[in-house]
Design a protein around this ligand. Sequence first.
Ligand code: NAD
Length: 329
Amino acid sequence: MTQEKTALVLGAGGFIGGHLVKRLKREGYWVRGVDLKFNEFSETAADDFVIGDLRDQSTVRGIIDRRFDEVYQLAADMGGAGYIFTGEHDADIMHNSATINLNVAEAAHKRNIKKVFYSSSACMYPAYNQEDPDNPICSEASAYPAAPDSEYGWEKLFSERLFLAYNRNYGMQNRVARFHNIFGPEGTWQGGKEKAPAAICRKVAMASSGSEIEIWGDGLQTRSFLFVDECVEGVLRLTRSGFEGPVNIGSEEMVTINQLVEIVAEIAGKKIVKKHIPGPTGVRGRNSDNRLIEEKLGWKPSQSLRIGLEQTYEWIERQCRSNSGALAS
Ligand code: NAD
């Protein structure tokens, strides 16, 4: 009899972690999920779900109580631009996420676990390469000299180095990916921690046709957005490959925020007037560079932004409807 494979998903109560658990279950894994909270939007698919604080060393040691085949470290103190870029949460972001990563790397090593997947972020790329919205540079090798525009990005850079140092010194096979703006159903869509696609879907869903919605900045800043299913696909492919990274997992379909609004309005079938207001916007331009992932894994994300936005809009519109009873049409 072949033994059931086991996976540990840290941050399983979160957006990407929730989707990853479902995928691993579909593949027949026995899955333990860990988070400070249960997922808000769906019942967990994990076989075992531990509510625990990964900042606590003994909690982490207790959770990593066997030699899991795969460990996915997605837990982080995290949020959209409204949380990361105001500066008000810098100490918490750095302290909380670094402590989690230090605890996880050490406990996995002590348990003789070979593979931890770590989710870094495109926010670690230098701000000076992202000033031109038409030509942002986000190739993996452009990371240094380091100059992220947020403490969130600095912590990510530190922690990717941490996991790769365990590879060099202790023969681990940790994997590091840099996610670029992941979106999809069952992600935060209100409250200040939501990202641009979710915020725009919500604003459009709540607006009546012909009315205004507020957009932070001039809307000319560029980004690319990756649908969560393709993100999970990339995570699994990288984890099971012979390449340690760091490697981008993102979409190369770059759009302005204004274009993003237009696509969502079109999906909703509404005429939307954009009202530009001051707000935190981050760097001027960012796009994934997928040359390395294609070279190393023979795969890169390929789904169009519009397809993912259709599914996301439908889900967020349903959330708005059940929250507020009725929506403008
Ligand atoms: P998320 O906030 O939905 O998930 C993170 C989870 O970590 C949350 O459920 C949170 O409760 C949990 N967590 C935080 N502190 C914890 C602690 N002390 N102990 C236990 N659990 C704790 O975020 P997400 O969008 O699913 O992102 C997952 C990972 O991917 C994060 O590391 C994030 O930085 C990274 N990332 C995400 C994106 C994106 O666009 N979503 C982009 C770049 C990087």
